[in-house]
Design a binder for this molecule. Structure first.
Ligand code: FEO
Length: 393
């Protein structure tokens, strides 16, 4: 059971999920798990902020009921309709028949799509517009729309007395609170941001501008820990990520995929040469790594080297998948080097070049390392040239 006071009147009633293997059925969340956050605000009126994933219904209801101590919420604020937060909307509406559901026009459109047009009577839906307020008594909620952070209906809620921002998916982090409560925030917050919200940098920038003038003391996201004290590092990190700026401009991600090991061996030689030249290198085997970690490393580093063989006249699929993810996240503003391998008609270099060239503000090194089956003197000479080129400003 997870009931914790965020402030005197705000109570955390979310749930840890320590057994989920893949978040969104694609991103590895073991062994850290994930939390589905939900909050109550107590005043003359009581507001419940969001529900949780269907995997966590029973524990969440226990938390809510214990925190309420026999009272009923007056409002259910719906920040986001994605099922990891909205799965229990109907359950909550049935349990508390006097409670109004607060959302915007897009929220209610999705509510009807997910649950049926007549699932909740119209008179129980309280539609708000961007900037609207809702008084709970001494506390006032301000609804700020944050479209595409991460879905179009998303809105964040600012409570002015407690100076708290309920930030929906923004500022979320992988990791169940009971497992990673004291772990550094950045690594799993970066991986969460890049993979969940990474495509929507412009929209995150818009949200940051919207909240910049607000006195802010606490951020309550829908995943991961409540953030408090000095919020500037979190806000600055979000500014960096959503601007597609690297955290380490000179850092190099060497992402490789190998069929029989020769491309991997070449990648090891390249990593040694880069390190000998003074580079900070992160190596990532795309065959064994969860792609979400590879993406997070790509956002972290200012430079990227891709190494992959051709396969059936195309690109070896693990590299293809990585490039597809980078494209969908609008990955941009990086310097890139390429290493291809092919035993008879290599096309990997051409295909990687096309994929990278389609991304915004990418600088491709002139030198491409072209390996025929295994690294030899000629391809190693190309490698030396690539090392010099990617390390030059
Ligand atoms: Fe945690 Fe976009 O839902």
């Amino acid at each position: 059971m997870s009931i914790n006071h965020v402030t005197d009147v705000i109570v955390y009633v979310g749930v840890d999920d320590r057994t989920l293997a893949l978040f969104e059925n694609q991103y590895a969340v073991q062994p850290m798990g994930i939390s589905y956050n939900s909050y109550l605000i107590f005043d003359e009126k009581i507001a419940l902020l969001d529900t949780v994933d269907a995997r966590a219904t029973a524990e969440w209801l226990e938390n809510v009921q214990e925190a309420l101590g026999g009272k009923s919420p007056d409002y259910l604020i719906i920040s986001h309709m994605e099922p990891d937060h909205a799965a229990n909307l109907l359950r909550a509406a049935e349990l508390y028949p006097q409670m109004q559901l607060v959302g915007n026009a897009k929220t209610f459109l999705m509510l009807k799509q997910f649950f049926g047009a007549d699932a909740v009577p119209q008179e129980r839906l309280l539609e708000v517009r961007d900037g609207d307020t809702l008084s709970l008594g001494a506390h006032t909620l301000h609804f700020l729309f944050a479209p595409m952070v991460h879905w179009p209906e998303v809105m964040v809620t600012y409570e002015e007395t407690e100076k708290v921002l309920f930030s929906a998916d923004a500022f979320g982090r992988f990791g169940a609170l009971s497992v990673t409560g004291h772990a550094p925030w950045v690594p799993q917050a970066r991986r969460y941001y890049v993979n969940i919200v990474g495509k929507y940098g412009a929209q995150v920038q818009a949200l940051l501008k919207k909240v910049a003038p607000l006195p802010l003391e606490i951020i309550c996201p829908l995943h991961g820990p409540v953030l408090r004290d000095d919020l500037q590092p979190y806000l600055q990190m979000y500014d960096t990520w959503s601007s597609y700026r690297p955290e380490d401009a000179e850092g190099i991600l060497l992402a490789y995929a190998s069929i029989h090991g020769n491309t991997a061996k070449a990648a090891q030689v390249l990593a040694e040469k880069l390190r000998a030249a003074g580079a900070r290198v992160t190596e990532c085997d795309l065959v064994t790594a969860d792609v979400s970690y590879a993406l997070a490393s790509a956002f972290y580093c200012g430079k990227l080297i891709l190494a992959a063989p051709s396969y059936d006249g195309f690109l070896f699929p693990p590299m293809e998948e990585f490039l597809t993810h980078l494209k969908t996240k609008q990955f941009q503003k990086r310097k890139v080097g390429l290493v291809e391998n092919g035993s008879w008609a290599p096309v990997a270099g051409k295909l990687m070049k096309e994929a990278v060239s389609a991304m915004k503000d990418m600088t491709l090194c002139d030198t491409m390392v072209s390996i025929r089956s295994a690294l030899d003197a000629a391809s190693e000479a190309q490698m030396d040239k690539l090392v010099a080129e990617i390390m030059a400003d």
